[in-house]
Design a protein around this ligand. Structure first.
Ligand code: NAD
Length: 515
């Protein structure tokens, strides 16, 4: 059994490997707890609003220098960072497991995602293309170009404590912007580790002015109050915030009030349709990973399953059997598939949702707490499978825990309509071998989500695509495709190289020539 002392010791030695002084972990009043046993692994110094103010000022100074560096040179820093991540992948992945409770495999997967987005950003640093636009005026050239924006505030959730920041950081850096990161108060050590590794990359980058070294990437340790301060500060033109819809609903208007920009990545309530023609073996495996992986604590976790009535009596018992075999336990131990919930509040919310589902007529399978004797301060649960007659309130909201609501359907149109009838719009999928059904689901009259998969579960996106969702998920897009544009300001320029001054729209505005 892993004792608290072992976990705290393990954490301290991992952080020491990243170059973080041991007293950083003992000097403050900001407790850091591992969900593995619910015990304290560090006590950090909490930053104040004044500290944050100083960080923003430092970021502004760094911006003046960083924006002038050629983008491929900025890409070089991200390339060096990817090297650091490759070197420290196992250690950083382990820290993710300790702090967020993910199994080791998934902790390492997160670091791989960081490496992938860095590689993407390095290529991007030579492809921040401007666009020439046909001018209607003779002897004129019109084009649009993209310029660095300024300090980017990054607020992150506990459940992807390193990858989400890296999606923002890698792009923001090649786009010419400094970073101020307000990580989840439940996962600040991961942030310190990521920033320390970036510090190593900056040291390898060559001689650079102190302003850049100090202000290019900073971490603010604290709670919602620091997120609010970032949201309110006019010197931070973009706030990228990942977390609950509740948080996005508070941050969005605050930033809008000062005409800042937001990139919101909020809650999901992701669904899958399993059609009669589906490959049930594939579907079963996809459902299991998407619904119980990360203990149901992914924004893209599968929460609603719509199974065609003709196959439900085959698939649902198979799922129940699979649920019964899932190994729950210490995420650091090989073979564990489901680790702990992040904490007591998540457990309480899960139990409330189970009770409400039962009141609504749901048949609940699983969902109970396990290992309460072994780890009284940690919250391990058996993932829950609930057969529901219809999609009531409890199904329509996101409960951030491993609960899968299963509903039967007869007509695909009806299943798609029910699938879309929730406030969130992040990820969705269909299992079918019928081309017509697959095309319909991905068409304008199909899923209304930002991520729409066929014969793949809703979770586990690749960084090459734009990631994000519609409706209450916030509308932001991060990572691949042209998400980089969110981190830059667009400039439209027209140059007249003729000897005339023709006006747009053919307007004539002449004055009489002087006699
Ligand atoms: P949370 O909303 O509790 O916290 C997220 C972050 O917001 C934390 O850093 C927190 O300190 C900060 N915060 C909280 N209140 C704030 C306020 N008033 N002003 C400014 N900042 C504030 O979320 P969580 O529990 O850490 O994460 C789980 C949630 O995040 C789920 O809803 C999940 O779906 C969502 N999530 C979404 C994505 C996505 O990409 N769409 C990715 C990961 C997680």
């Amino acid at each position: 059994m892993m004792t608290t002392d072992t976990l705290a010791h393990d954490t301290a030695s991992l952080l020491a490997d990243f170059g973080i002084a041991p007293d950083t972990l003992t000097k403050g009043d900001f407790p850091v707890v591992s969900p593995i046993d619910g015990r304290r692994i560090a006590s950090l110094r909490r930053h104040t609003r004044d500290d944050l103010d100083g960080m923003i000022a430092a970021a502004e100074r760094a911006f003046l220098l960083w924006r002038a560096a050629p983008p491929p040179r900025r890409g070089e820093l991200v390339r060096l960072y990817a090297g650091q991540l490759r070197q420290h992948k196992a250690a950083l992945g382990r820290l993710v497991s300790i702090e967020a409770g993910k199994i080791l495999e998934e902790g390492q997967g997160e670091v791989q995602e960081m490496i992938d987005i860095c590689d993407f950003a390095v290529g991007l640093s030579r492809q921040l293309y401007d666009k020439v636009i046909a001018s209607e005026r003779p002897g004129h050239r019109m084009f649009e170009s993209w310029h660095p924006l300024g300090p980017v505030g990054i607020i992150t959730a506990f459940n992807f404590p390193v990858a989400v920041w890296s999606w923002n950081a890698a792009l923001a850096l090649v786009c010419g912007n400094p970073l101020i990161w307000k990580p989840s108060d439940k996962a600040p050590l991961c942030a310190l580790a990521c920033n320390a590794l970036l510090g190593h990359a900056i040291a390898q980058f060559g001689e650079i002015p102190d302003e850049l070294r100090q202000g290019l990437s900073q971490v603010a340790i604290g709670g919602a109050e620091l997120g609010e301060a970032l949201a309110d500060d006019r010197r931070v033109p973009l706030v990228s915030a990942t977390g609950s819809t509740r948080m996005g609903g508070l941050v969005g208007p605050r930033v809008a009030q000062r005409f800042g920009r937001t990139l919101l990545e909020l809650g999901g309530n992701n669904g899958m349709i399993v059609a009669p023609s589906a490959d049930l073996d594939l579907a079963l495996r996809a459902i299991l990973f998407a619904a119980v992986g990360t203990a149901g604590q992914r924004c893209t976790s599968l929460r609603r399953l719509f199974v065609h009535g003709d196959i439900a009596d085959t698939l649902v018992p198979q799922l129940q059997r699979a649920y019964g075999q899932v190994r729950i336990g210490n995420p650091l131990e090989p073979g564990t598939l489901v680790g702990p919930l992040i904490g007591e509040a998540a457990f309480t919310a899960m139990q409330q949702a189970l009770a409400e589902a039962k009141r609504d007529g749901g048949q609940v399978f699983g969902g109970e707490r396990v290992f309460a004797g072994k780890w009284p301060d940690a919250y391990y649960v058996r993932p829950a499978l609930i057969e529901m007659q219809e999609q009531g309130d409890v199904v329509r909201r996101e409960t951030f825990a491993p609960i899968l609501y299963v509903m039967r359907y007869r007509e695909l149109d009806e299943a798609v309509a029910t699938h879309n009838a929730v406030p969130q719009g992040l990820a969705s999928s269909i299992f079918t071998t019928d081309l017509r059904e697959a095309e319909l689901f991905t068409s304008a009259v199909g899923s209304d989500c930002g991520i729409v998969n066929v014969n793949i579960g809703p979770s586990g996106a690749e960084i090459g695509g734009a990631f994000g969702g519609e409706k209450e998920t916030g509308g932001g897009r991060e990572a691949g495709s042209d998400s980089w544009k969110a981190y830059m300001r667009r400039m439209t320029t027209t140059i007249n190289y003729s000897c005339d001054l023709p006006l747009a729209q053919g307007i004539r505005f002449e004055i009489e020539a002087a006699p």
